[in-house]
Design a binder for this molecule. Structure first.
Ligand code: GLA
Length: 365
């Protein structure tokens, strides 16, 4: 869990933005709710000197001092690079300097690396034209190389793969040191895209587990024109997916409603549940999806989600516990209202468009 600069600041991010965001993570209570990593995304990179040592650019005058500042707040700090010659925003990548860069990050006190394929794709195509299998091997080798370089530093550094979910990354990422891997292209702060990413997660639940996670991309909670229901559903579903929770909003101007969503500890507890099992879509009926996630101690999270554009009052949806393999009645807690709820078979449930009912059931059996 943490925060990343890209979704709100993109290429404008500066040292001051990172410091201010770290301050806000503490002041807002987000740190105490579990948000630990403050991650600088693309556009911090400067030029290499004659010895190949990479320097940060003028927006980031002193990376070591910045890392010390973030650490002084009880937080950790992340950085970004690419296995290619250039990052996605056209800044210096790590190709040919992997060990040197890993050592540099460790000397600054970096705790997390997001490694973004970007221009390495062109390298793959040039080295193995028309041979997709050979291209894939080159990509895996590039991620492996940086993984080994990070290990050699002796500093624990979380290793985040960003190659948009190509070549079934979930099958090979853990074997080359990946702690999390993007499963899709980029998120954006609009409902259709968020739902599109969510839909691509069904079926990947078997690949996630403690220390190695599917990453459906960072949170857009608080960004763009998402309604409160959409923000709630986005956050709830990322928790159902055991996804990395990396907020990406404008922290100094966060509204109380958005803060309440991002710091809902009971929803965070679903995400962080120690069993580490990703939830799955058990069934859908019309425009309503029902997802379930097993939790430690025999507990369960059940999400009933209206993905359609209409309210359901005219044709209420009826929950089928049978399809979930459960017997009712089940008592639980509605994690957005705090109310006690009882789920029964064939129970009518009314939800506004894009809204969600997220229930924690203590132990159904
Ligand atoms: C890619 C990644 C994004 C972000 C940008 C930065 O698009 O998928 O998450 O890191 O690059 O340039």
């Amino acid at each position: 869990m943490g925060w990343n600069s890209w979704n709100y600041f993109a290429g404008r991010v500066t040292d001051k933005d990172i410091r201010d965001s770290a301050d806000q993570i503490v002041a807002s209570g987000m740190r105490d709710a579990g948000y630990l990593y403050v991650n600088i995304d693309d556009t911090w990179e400067g030029e290499r000197d004659a010895n190949g040592v990479l320097h940060s650019n003028e927006k980031f005058p002193d990376m070591k001092a910045l890392a010390d500042y973030v650490h002084s707040k009880g937080l950790k700090i992340g950085i970004y690079s690419s296995p290619g010659p250039k990052t996605c925003a056209g800044f210096e990548g790590s190709l040919g300097h992997e060990e040197q860069d890993a050592q540099l990050y460790a000397s600054w006190g970096i705790d997390y690396l997001k490694y973004d394929l970007c221009s390495f794709h062109t390298v793959m195509q040039a080295k193995a034209p028309d041979d997709k299998a050979a291209q894939m091997r080159l990509m895996i080798a590039a991620y492996d190389k940086m993984g080994k370089a990070l290990k050699t530093t002796g500093r624990p550094i979380v290793y985040s793969f960003c190659q948009y979910g190509w070549d079934s990354v979930w099958e090979w990422a853990p074997s080359v040191g990946g702690n999390l891997w993007r499963t899709t292209g980029d998120v954006s702060a609009n409902w259709d895209r968020i739902y599109d990413l969510l839909s691509q997660q069904a079926g990947l639940e078997g690949y996630a587990g403690p220390g190695h996670w599917n990453d459906p991309d960072m949170l857009e909670v608080g960004n763009g024109r998402l309604s409160l229901a959409e923000n709630r559903s986005h956050f709830s579903m990322w928790a159902m997916l055991a996804a990395p929770l990396l907020a990406g909003n404008d922290l100094p101007h966060m509204t109380p409603e958005i803060k309440a969503i991002l710091t809902n500890r009971e929803v965070i507890a679903i995400d962080q549940d120690r069993l580490g099992k990703q939830g799955s879509r058990v069934y859908s009926d019309g425009e309503v999806e029902v997802w379930m996630r097993p939790l430690a101690g025999g507990a369960l999270a059940v999400a009933v989600f209206n993905v359609g554009s209409d309210r359901l009052s005219t044709h209420p949806f009826h929950l089928s516990l049978t399809k979930l393999g459960l017997d009712g009645p089940l008592t639980g807690k509605n994690l957005w209202t705090g109310d006690k709820v009882t789920l029964t078979n064939h129970q009518p449930i009314e939800l506004a468009s894009h809204d969600i009912l997220l229930v924690r059931v203590a132990s159904p059996r």
